[in-house]
Design a protein around this ligand. Structure first.
Ligand code: HEC
Length: 148
């Protein structure tokens, strides 16, 4: 190969490698977004209604976590925490626009999702789940102290 050709090959590689890397990253991002199901919905519940729902779900959730651990109760815990996470998801994009408010709602959602994941992992430690319930309750109080 002539020196000129070698330069051209090296130059092309320098150009192509970053382009492929950027493309791959974009693909991964698209996959993540698809998993998170980005949908546009018009929310319908008032903050008050979402809260009533959160209180009911949390009450049932904490009762179930304290009961004997069986495959059935673990499934219930996973379902209830996912519902709580979704209620908080809606609360985070809803009526209140203050950034601090949304942060509390997102923290609550994340704790609830952690609890769901715990309930789905074997073996599950009841104490770990109780600790998450406490974190969730603390987040309820933290937001109430500031915004209720
Ligand atoms: C991001 C902020 C935020 C978080 C997190 C939050 N709340 Fe609230 N909550 C509010 C606000 C604001 C009100 C007052 C709503 C109103 O009166 O319209 C409220 C009110 C309530 C009420 C009274 C509702 C009524 O009108 O009867 C209950 C019950 C309640 N929250 C339960 C909870 C529980 C349980 C959690 C945790 C699982 C929680 N909240 C987490 C902001 C939050």
């Amino acid at each position: 190969m002539t020196r000129k050709w070698s330069y051209m090959v090296i130059f092309s590689l320098l150009l192509i490698v970053p382009l492929v890397a950027i493309g791959g990253e974009g693909g991964a991002k698209k996959k993540r977004r698809k998993k998170a199901k980005m949908v546009k919905i018009r929310t319908v519940a008032s903050v008050g209604s979402l809260m009533v729902g959160q209180r009911l779900v949390l009450g049932e959730l904490s009762k179930t976590v304290k009961s004997e651990t069986t495959p059935k109760t673990l499934e219930t815990i996973a379902h209830l925490s996912e519902v709580l996470a979704e209620l908080s998801n809606v609360n985070s994009v809803g009526q209140k626009k203050e950034s601090g408010y949304r942060k509390f709602a997102r923290t609550l959602r994340d704790h609830a999702l952690k609890l769901r994941d715990k309930a789905k992992t074997e073996p599950t430690e009841a104490d770990d789940m109780l600790a998450l319930i406490t974190q969730i309750k603390n987040t309820c109080s933290a937001c109430h102290n500031q915004f209720r």
